[in-house]
Write a protein that binds this ligand. Structure first.
Ligand SMILES: Nc1ncnc2c1ncn2[C@@H]1O[C@H](COP(=O)(O)OP(=O)(O)OP(=O)(O)O)[C@@H](O)[C@H]1O
Ligand SMILES: Nc1ncnc2c1ncn2[C@@H]1O[C@H](COP(=O)(O)OP(=O)(O)OP(=O)(O)O)[C@@H](O)[C@H]1O
Ligand SMILES: [Mg+2]
Ligand SMILES: [Mg+2]
Lengths: 227, 227
């Protein structure tokens, strides 16, 4: 369902060239549940942005559900995202002036869902992450972990077939974090394809597949027999 | 050096009243190194903001180095902060249009330090967190963990006597995180007072003192014999 071939991502900053992804080859099948682990600055978020159709590679090929998005323009990328993909950002990317409810409804507006149905599904998603009583607040009235959970609720509200989560439990205590991981496992069992980024080995040990990245290269990629 | 007596923090949001801090009594001596741990939404950041003179309580008393800041105005709070305190925010609060170097120099501008000395000390601080080669980049050109390290460099650049760090390793892999904690331990041994918030038990187990908060109350507060 996802296929990266010889993918490079380079940033030029004045004199400097940063090679964020240094020759990535990666295949993820429908229904898989994989964790990407690696040190700070190793290329995890950059890789996720390519997988999530938020950016294109400097060179190489990116196929998502058979569609070649390697050189897609902003509209095409946005189309791909809205129809197939849920993305949880490392920095949440909530709209500060909108309420929790409005933030979570956003993906459905793009999808042309009726306002009654939007409200119902948004509230259900917000409930699922344990924040039903905060639906009327704005992000600035929430704690870091509460914002993270709203970002998760928003990513899941369209029941996307593919979910990308960039450090979804980084701001959560172990109990709340475990609840979120249980939610992902449930979605995986229901057939969604899930790729999550973590810097926490304990979390990477729980997913069926473990992909390790270092300095923009995949250095390990195996299936956890016990996960 | 820090004394909180019967401290409450309440937020009114329309009909709703959120009690973020529900009767906090806390004393921290000069040179102590303490971790505050607790679930998401339990009041950790709110408590840190009061300790760090970024906010005042709804009721109760806050003494910092003998100064009563419970009802201080913005200027007084800002004075306290710039002279004594280094604060690492859970959401970094870097200025996106400024370079890493400029971000780290900021506290010294308020302190009236000469531009040559500012540059030297900022570069030293940036080097300490392993980002010497990124001093010219802006935050948006950095990874989550790199931004977190810049926020730490900025908090330390004035060699503050008191350091508050709100989840300083949340975005860091274990190796980089351990290096940052080693840095804090070193500063503690040199006499700084350090309070860090974490949701990670392993980290709270490493500091001499462990303060547990739940629903805005301190439920546990003891010294780690093995730390
Ligand atoms: N827009 C950009 N311009 C320049 N360099 C960039 C840009 N975005 C990312 N980088 C660099 O690319 C490298 C990989 O970044 P990335 O965000 O993918 O790392 P990461 O593995 O997610 O790190 P973390 O665990 O800290 O979040 C880093 O060195 C980063 O500084
Ligand atoms: N400006 C605000 N208005 C309303 N409620 C607020 C405001 N700031 C914080 N709160 C609420 O106060 C409670 C404590 O928030 P706080 O940020 O201190 O939690 P925290 O322990 O730091 O959580 P986390 O681990 O998720 O960062 C939360 O329920 C939060 O929603
Ligand atoms: Mg990242
Ligand atoms: Mg917090």
């Amino acid at each position: 369902i996802i296929e990266l071939t010889d993918v490079f991502k380079r940033y030029r900053v004045g004199e400097q060239e940063i090679v964020a992804l240094n020759g990535i080859n990666l295949s993820i099948d429908q229904g898989e549940y994989a964790a990407i682990i690696g040190p700070s600055g190793s290329g995890k978020s950059t890789l996720m942005h390519l997988l999530g159709c938020l950016d294109t590679p400097t060179s190489g090929r990116v196929l998502i559900q058979g569609n070649d998005v390697s050189t897609a323009d902003a509209n095409r990328l946005s189309e791909m995202r809205n129809s197939h993909i849920g993305f949880v950002f490392q920095s949440f990317n909530l709209l500060p002036k909108l309420s929790v409810l409005q933030n979570v409804e956003l993906p459905m507006i793009y999808a042309g869902v009726s306002s009654r149905e939007r409200r119902e599904r948004a509230l259900a998603s917000i409930e699922r992450v344990g924040l039903a009583d905060r639906a009327g607040n704005t992000p600035l009235q929430l704690s870091g972990g509460q914002m993270q959970r709203v970002a998760i609720a928003r990513a899941l509200v369209n029941s996307p077939r593919i979910i990308f989560a960039d450090e979804p439990t980084g701001n959560l205590d172990s109990k709340t974090g475990a609840a979120i991981l249980a939610l992902f496992r449930e979605l995986s069992q229901q057939g969604s394809t899930i790729v999550l980024v973590t810097h926490d080995d304990k979390i990477a040990a729980q997913t069926p597949r473990r992909i390790e990245i270092k300095d923009g290269r995949i250095v390990q990629d195996f299936f956890n027999p016990d996960a």
